[in-house]
Design a protein around this ligand. Sequence first.
Ligand SMILES: Nc1nc2c(c(=O)[nH]1)N[C@H]1C(S)=C(S)[C@@H](COP(=O)(O)O)O[C@H]1N2
Ligand SMILES: [Mo]
Length: 450
Amino acid sequence: MTMTRRQLLAAAAGAGFAARVGLADEAQRGLTINSANPKDYEMTLAGFSEWITPNEHFFIRSHHYAPDVKLAEWSLKVDGLVDHPLTMSLDDLKKLPRFSHVAVLECAGNGRSFYEPRVPGMQWKYGGVANGKWTGVRLADVLKKAGVRDTATEILFDGEDVPIGKMPKFQRTVTVQKAMNPDTLLAFELNGQPIPMDHGFPLRLIVPGWAGDSWVKWVKHIEVLDHEFDGFWMKTAYRHPPKLVAPGTAVPPDQMVPVTDLPLKSVIATPAGNWVAPGLVTISGAAWSNGAPIAGVDVSTDGGKTWKAAKLGRDHSKYAWRLWELNWKPGEGDYRLIARAKDTAGNMQPLEQQWNPSGYLWNVAAPKDVTVSRTEQVPAASNAPAPAPELPAGYKSACLTCHQEDIIRMQRLTPAQWDRELNKMAGWGAEIKPDDKESILNYLKANFKP
Ligand SMILES: Nc1nc2c(c(=O)[nH]1)N[C@H]1C(S)=C(S)[C@@H](COP(=O)(O)O)O[C@H]1N2
Ligand SMILES: [Mo]
């Protein structure tokens, strides 16, 4: 593939950033670095042209720093409401029957950056998602071996990652019903390789059809409960309102429900940019759901007035994404592309996005504007680096000891949202001296606004 001048410039800019922060490796992997550490790496649009996402292109979402798990010291404990508490090595687990699924792993917050009004959190664009082949054993087989009691209602999973500062530990539960579903796995392989460390080596939970927050990485402890677990990541985070709320509404967590199923969605992978030369153009991408079969993807090149059915890719599997493409022969002009997935139950991808307070499950059929012309359209360059503002006192020690400025810069919040964020961070252990608080807040509000 030959690169356009713009792609070359983008690649060069990426390499420069990578060299500065010592991440040549990841930049070469073709991931966009949202946060260098803890790692939040986004898959690029090119990823939606491959049915199986190779391990090195797989997005990463870690709330804490990745642990360095040593297999020799690792074991899985299963206890709580069971007749026979278990301690299992990876070899013990591998003696159970093996199963594989090609399944989409998508972060609940994927697409959050497109919400209006804006929502704090990782500002994902399209690439907080990937499609991999997961191999492991059925969670149900492990639970049956332990003898789950009838009173069990949910199963708690605990990973090896160590919280940053005073952040709550990443612990999540799934219902007994979903845990016993034969498709729910404890996986030790991704695409035929041991699960890479960033993705949960040596064992992670695979909950096909559900958003990524349930796919606990580095699993070392499974506890069977007969009550609702009340940890932060279940009772406060990863919840959304059960019915429509007006954009911008604050909804108390106890009036929301946990995020579970992935919504029906498609993403346009090509054309990747906003300019193409006239001639034959392939409009292509990927579509997925919570496991409901994709019936088709309709594509419009006139902003939704008329639609044509795309050709679906050959490869498919219940929880996997389906590639699709449509050949298009446009003349010069301005076009608005929209791809809209539908499933066999008759559901259609929405043309308007419903808003929710944490910006989860963004799945609108997003319009993409493309100019077709013989001469390349280069967007007005905003290349001049903005002069670096002077950092307020105490900012580095309060904010940049746990993470870099990348994750702050991307938020672009209102003053009220920055007030709440800084209080949240103080609660999570950021050491903000009372005298420094106001100047830090002013700095955030002035430099990272919507
Ligand atoms: N132990 C642990 N498991 C975790 C997380 C985490 O921070 N710690 N992040 C979750 C979230 S929010 C997502 S979207 C997926 C991301 O998986 P990946 O990094 O393999 O892409 O892992 C989930 N499992
Ligand atoms: Mo996530």
